[in-house]
Every structure is written in structure tokens, then in C-alpha cells.
Design a protein around this ligand. Structure first.
Ligand SMILES: Nc1nc2c(ncn2[C@@H]2O[C@H](COP(=O)(O)OP(=O)(O)O)[C@@H](O)[C@H]2O)c(=O)[nH]1
Ligand SMILES: [Mg+2]
Length: 245
């Protein structure tokens, strides 16, 4: 199946899973930029909206009129059910042999998508992950506290889990679909820890992982959902991974 396909292209299809909660102001720009940067690529965008009260779905429906509902799939859920299950929900509807997971708030800029694809084709990797913590990568727009939190989280996890990947908590990644299915089935964490569990388990399972430096720019519109309780959850998650992987 996917894994025996010759590398390098023809026939590859990319399903971009974009979870949204109150992204009315961002989603059209993200979609526009994806089309702009993936001109010669076969792809679909699967938007998993959790009943956003701001009317995100109305904007998505308008985008479907413009780009076609075979390119923009709206796979909504009735209410806010969390990110981890949003990915598996989107995955059920993915028809590509590769899946990209990205945020809707432009922190994950679509301009990097061609680099992810190229890296996968050159290396045959099962996962290509965007990393902020190598030369050429970075973070813009975060205050010192948030930078320290993210950096600290990565340093802690590197120290204890030695996953061989420089950015564990970022979530801008390309996966072979079969690999993502396997990982989602093996992961139990919720929330922010989920991204770290996915990549740590991938590394333990011996999947070939490559990195592409990205600059993460904080969202311009809307507000983030990260707070103090996530830091506590993160530390619990780290401890859990330490004993289970
Ligand atoms: N479907 C769905 N999407 C969500 C949920 N929570 C966050 N998102 C989306 O997930 C992405 C990342 O969330 P964000 O608040 O930007 O997290 P941050 O970048 O870590 O601060 C964005 O595209 C959000 O709209 C949720 O419960 N359900
Ligand atoms: Mg964000």
C-alpha cells in the first residue's frame, strides 16, 4: 500500500487536516495560501470545526463554493471536543496517502508545505516535522514567558525522553497516512501532550523522521488556548511517557 509506493511523487495525494475553533478571521487566508503554495500538488483540505460560535463554518462553506467541495472538505462536529480527537476525526475522511496536520491560525505557514513534501520525497521519511529549535527555525510574537515555557518543555523532554527530534511540542507535521493511523491508535494523551507522545512513540517505533526548520509566528487574530493548566498537564504527560515508552 502506501509504504511500497515509489518515492518521488506521481500518484501521491496530500490530505491537510486543519482543526478549527473560532478561526473565522484566519481560515480563508490559510486556504488561499495553501492553494498558492501547492500549485502542482494533488491535495485536499479537511477542516474539522467543532461548532465554532464565530461562524467559521459559514466561511468554510463560502470557500467550498470558490475552490470546490472536493478540495475543501468540512467535517464538523457539534461542539468543542478537543484537538486529539479532531485529528482522528479528520483522518477518517482523508483520501490521500500522506497527511499534513496544521493549525488554522497561520502559525503554521503554508509556505513550508513544499519543503515538507520535498524533504519527504528526498529521504523517503515516514514523518517530516517542522522544528523551531534548529538553525533556520524560530518563534516570533511570543512573550518571554511563553518562549521559556516552550523551550523549557522541549529541554525537559529532550533530557528525559531523548527522542532524536528537536521540537517535540510543535504540531506542524507531514505523515504517511498509515503511520499516522498507527500512532493515533497507540497514543492515549490528550491536549498538548498528544503532540509530544506522537513523536516520542514514532521515534521508539523506529519510524524515519526528518525535520524542516520553520519560523512559528504567533496568531494575529483570535486567542490561544494555552494556559497554566496545560503546563501542569504537560508535566504529568512527560512523567507518563517516561514510564510507558
Ligand atoms: N476542532 C478543534 N480545533 C481546535 C480545538 N482547540 C483548538 N483548535 C484549533 O487548533 C489549532 C491550535 O490551537 P491554538 O489555540 O492556536 O493553540 P496554540 O497555537 O498552541 O496557542 C487552531 O487551528 C485552533 O483553531 C478544539 O477543541 N477543536
Ligand atoms: Mg496557535
Amino acid at each position: 500500500m502506501e509504504d511500497v509506493r515509489p518515492e518521488g511523487g506521481a500518484g501521491d495525494k496530500y490530505s491537510l487536516i486543519v482543526p478549527t475553533y473560532n478561526e473565522r478571521l484566519n481560515i480563508a487566508l490559510v486556504v488561499y495560501l495553501v492553494f498558492k503554495h501547492l500549485r502542482d500538488v494533488d491535495f485536499e483540505i479537511i477542516i474539522v470545526d467543532d461548532g465554532s460560535p464565530d461562524g467559521t463554518q459559514d466561511v468554510v462553506k463560502q470557500l467550498q463554493q470558490v475552490y470546490g467541495d472536493d478540495r475543501i472538505l468540512l467535517r464538523a462536529r457539534p461542539r468543542k471536543l478537543g484537538l486529539g480527537t479532531a485529528y482522528s476525526h479528520g483522518l477518517k475522511h482523508a483520501s490521500g496517502n500522506f497527511v499534513v496536520i496544521m493549525d488554522a491560525d497561520l502559525s503554521h505557514h503554508p509556505k513550508y508545505l513544499p519543503q515538507f513534501i520535498k524533504k519527504q520525497q528526498e529521504t523517503g521519511a515516514s514523518i517530516v516535522t517542522g522544528t523551531r529549535y534548529v538553525k533556520g527555525g524560530g518563534v516570533h510574537g511570543w512573550n518571554l514567558m511563553r518562549k521559556l515555557t516552550s523551550r523549557g518543555a522541549n529541554v525537559l523532554a529532550q533530557t528525559f525522553l531523548w527522542p532524536g527530534v528537536s521540537d517535540l511540542t510543535g504540531s506542524f507535521r507531514l505523515y504517511r497516512k498509515s503511520v499516522l493511523e498507527d500512532l493515533i491508535n497507540s497514543c492515549v494523551s490528550k491536549g498538548y501532550v498528544f503532540q509530544m507522545e506522537m513523536i516520542v512513540r514514532a521515534s521508539r517505533k523506529g519510524y524515519h523522521i526528518e525535520e524542516v526548520p520553520i519560523t512559528f509566528v504567533d496568531r494575529v487574530f483570535g486567542s490561544s488556548k494555552l494556559g497554566g493548566s496545560e503546563i501542569v498537564e504537560y508535566l504529568k504527560g512527560l512523567a507518563y511517557l517516561l514510564v510507558t515508552t
